[in-house]
Design a binder for this molecule. Structure first.
Ligand code: HEC
Length: 127
């Protein structure tokens, strides 16, 4: 009898957890598009990982201890790029805007997948 009672309580608690609204700020992309917070966290991980983006080798990144200084500090990204598509294009192939840049064309050379670049963009858009 106790067992049934507790099962019901636990089921309700679980349901409440599943249905609880996630924090609005984390859910809303800057374009008004809904983003799971996990996409932003994953983008951050890609940016900071030496084996993935290795962005930190050349960039300081706002809100992190990354302090690379070969390229400009990554902050206020939304002031520099009109939209996420433009930022995506910059990371996919920066040689289009700056033919002699030291920054690798992450998409064109298949260093990162388009999915990974999209998550990077979602993260950088929060800076
Ligand atoms: C080998 C060094 C290097 C690496 C690694 C690198 N970048 Fe860059 N990045 C640069 C340089 C240099 C520039 C300046 C563009 C130029 O050369 O004119 C730049 C420019 C940028 C810009 C434009 C910023 C602005 O203020 O105009 C963005 C955004 C950017 N990088 C993102 C990234 C991301 C995200 C990564 C990791 C996936 C990355 N970069 C990895 C060197 C690098």
């Amino acid at each position: 009898m106790m067992g049934k009672y507790w099962t019901a309580i636990c089921q309700r608690a679980l349901l409440a957890l599943v249905l609880a609204p996630a924090p609005a700020a984390a859910m809303r992309g800057a374009d008004g598009q809904n983003l799971p917070p996990s996409a932003i966290a994953e983008g951050r991980r890609i940016a900071l990982s030496p084996r993935l983006g290795n962005c930190t080798a050349c960039h300081a990144i706002a809100g992190t201890s990354a302090d690379g200084n070969l390229g400009p500090a990554l902050r206020d990204i939304r002031r520099l790029f009109p939209n996420k598509a433009a930022l995506f294009a910059e990371i996919y192939d920066p040689t289009i805007m700056a033919p002699r840049t030291a920054m690798p064309p992450f998409g064109k050379y298949r260093i990162l997948t388009s999915g990974q670049i999209q998550k990077l963009v979602d993260f950088l858009w929060t800076l």
